[in-house]
Design a protein around this ligand. Structure first.
Ligand code: FIX
Ligand code: ZN
Length: 437
């Protein structure tokens, strides 16, 4: 009961569908389970992109998150590990992280959850059963089954037009797939301009390392042409913790004079994922990136300077999260999303999500999976639902305590907004610059 004395009982007759505090938790859990989510950032690939798509037990176990954990528990040095083949690597990781030691970390427990979801032995000493299971799966049916288990309807991919293997597949006419939304990934263009000028020239775009006015126009044409091929829902780049904007760099010129204008012309958002410290330990390859506190004044300046652009922003440092919420209160063209990478752990997801709700209501996108291997969406979204349920329950309980009835329709509305329509409106052709319904 509220601690504030109510001068007079102004409550109107209770709503027929008004939830009691006890009913709120179960209703939140129901709606989290019933509503299919959109996964707004992954490294998954539609089946027509062929071998780029990763799935099955050996890919699950050689995920770079697990490789980082392996090197903390195994005497095998990275240099030796990289000489092993994929199955040998997976066997070593299974033995070290799952047999020799209980798999209690977020990423190891995730593999257990995937095996369990398919009714496979989670205490086995070898991978024979799992390998036989995945070997007999037909990919299209497997994808449908995985999406259903994960409670997702579609995912956004990460598509790099400067990746030779991927570009070739798209140029060969890879069939689009409504469950896999394309996203033009810009890291190579922005971070390795001089290195990729010859490649872009070879495709018929008159660019130059000095980045003449004409070159920038040609980059916009390059982006428009790839947008024609991929039909992207947004463009994206990851940026280091040292990212500054504006800055006197090829990256800033490309963002200002090519990428942001192209996004406006295509009416799609730009996703900025800020705070990575690239390759602090290159001996462990993809696992070698770390996190750093970024100067979010760069986000402030971009949102302010480009009011007609819509931004999706995720930051990698826990220390930047509160600041990002404050900026989202200042700029309606800024949509915070996800608990990225090293933040995707319940203890931190809880803190981030609570402060977002307290400051932004439901005008943000709580989570993305960042899945690199298909079946990871099963555990990443299961964990998200499990972590979010008490957070949302608390928010509605407080609302009832403070004097406003809550219904199932309210809860359904908010979950749909956070996990679907905030994104749909952000990428919509008639895109709005806020998440107003
Ligand atoms: O830049 C990104 O998209 C990051 O998510 C990846 O580079 C990173 O390796 C990852 O998969 C994190 O979950
Ligand atoms: Zn990613």
């Amino acid at each position: 009961m509220s601690t504030f004395a109510i001068e007079k009982n102004t409550r109107t007759r209770p709503l027929a569908s008004e939830l009691s505090p006890e009913q709120i938790r179960s209703t939140v859990e129901d709606e989290l389970r019933n509503i299919p989510f959109i996964d707004v950032h992954t490294h998954l690939f539609m089946p027509s992109l062929g071998q780029l798509g990763l799935w099955g037990i050996d890919e699950l176990l050689t995920y770079h998150y697990l490789e980082a954990e392996l090197f903390r528990s195994s005497r095998v040095a990275p240099a030796e590990y990289w000489t092993l083949n994929k199955q040998q690597q997976a066997d070593l990781i299974w033995q070290t992280l799952f047999v020799d030691n209980p798999p209690v970390s977020e990423s190891t427990r995730g593999v257990v959850a995937v095996l369990n979801a398919f009714g496979l032995d989670t205490r086995t000493r070898d991978l024979k059963q799992a390998r036989e299971f995945f070997a007999q799966r037909e990919l299209a049916a497997h994808i449908r089954s995985v999406f259903k288990l994960a409670g997702i309807s579609e995912v956004a991919m990460t598509n790099d037009p400067l990746d030779p293997q991927e570009a070739e597949a798209w140029e060969a006419g890879a069939a689009p797939d409504p469950q896999f939304k394309a996203v033009i990934r810009l890291d190579r263009l922005l971070d390795k301009w001089a290195e990729y000028v010859p490649k872009i020239l070879s495709k018929g775009y008159l660019v130059d390392v000095e980045m003449s006015v004409n070159a920038l126009t040609e980059v916009r044409r390059f982006l428009h042409d790839w947008a024609q091929t991929m039909n992207p829902v947004y463009m994206a780049c990851s940026l280091e913790d040292t990212f500054q904007y504006p800055e006197d760099s090829p990256r800033a010129k490309l963002l200002t004079r090519a990428v942001l204008p192209a996004c406006r012309e295509l009416n799609i958002p730009l996703s900025l994922m800020i705070g990575v410290r690239r390759q602090v330990n290159p001996t462990i390859r993809l696992a070698g990136d770390a996190a750093g506190v970024a100067d979010l004044r760069a986000v402030e300046r971009m949102c302010s300077a480009f009011p007609d652009n819509r931004f999706l922003v995720s930051v990698l440092s826990r220390e930047n999260q509160h600041e990002l919420c404050v900026y989202a209160r200042k700029f309606a063209n800024l949509m915070p999303f996800g608990c990225w990478w090293f933040l995707n752990n319940p203890s931190i997801v809880e803190e981030i999500t609570r402060e977002r709700i307290e400051m932004l209501g439901t005008t943000f996108i709580p989570q993305h999976s960042d899945a690199r291997v298909l079946e990871q969406v099963i555990y990443k979204w299961r964990n998200t639902r499990r972590t979010m349920a008490p957070i949302f329950t608390n928010s509605y309980t407080l609302l009832v305590e403070d004097g406003r009835a809550v219904t199932r329709e309210d809860i359904c509305h908010d979950i749909k907004r956070m996990f679907r329509s905030n994104f749909e409106r952000w990428i919509a052709p008639d895109g709005v610059s806020s998440s107003r319904p």
